[in-house]
Write a protein that binds this ligand. Structure first.
Ligand SMILES: *[C@@H]1O[C@H](CO)[C@@H](O)[C@H](O)[C@H]1NC(C)=O
Length: 141
């Protein structure tokens, strides 16, 4: 009899606590965004003597030498995340085009020199978003 009172209250508290933890973890647990940041975000831009040196340095340090081409965005995560919400325009399923240009460096493997060639431009970016976070880099335009 004595335990009947507190038990439901305790269970309810635990259930609410568990729900809060699940929601908090759930909204942040986005491994594709972790990969996106590793592969595409470099802010501030890592120092290198030129863009080719930059690309060779970055493609090796980020373990992406298996990729033919890759783009690095030189803006903070906050700025890039906004493309998924206020600073982007929907351009296809889950796709958003940034309203403003970003400083980016495009690295492409050159089989003749067996090294990467880098080009820096300021262009709009198109990314895929999930849960209001970037998950794939689509292209620049
Ligand atoms: C791009 O880079 C230029 C030169 O470094 C800088 O002045 C400008 O603020 C940058 N633009 C953005 C959107 O970060």
């Amino acid at each position: 009899m004595a335990l009947r009172g507190p038990r439901p209250a305790l269970l309810l508290t635990l259930a609410l606590l568990a729900a809060c933890v699940a929601l908090t973890i759930g909204s942040r647990w986005n491994p594709l965004n972790d990969i996106f940041r590793k592969e595409h975000v470099d802010f501030p831009k890592t120092v290198a003597t030129n863009n080719n040196a930059y690309c060779n340095k970055m493609m090796w340090s980020r373990v992406m030498y298996w990729k033919y081409s890759n783009t690095f965005i030189h803006s903070s995560n906050e700025e890039i995340n906004k493309v998924c919400t206020t600073d982007g325009v929907a351009s296809g399923p889950y796709k958003f085009e940034s309203k403003n240009p970003f400083n980016i460096t495009i690295c492409t493997f050159n089989p003749w020199s067996i090294s990467y060639t880098g080009v820096s431009v300021s262009e709009k970016i198109v990314i895929s978003c999930w849960n209001a976070l970037p998950v794939f880099y689509v292209k620049n335009r």
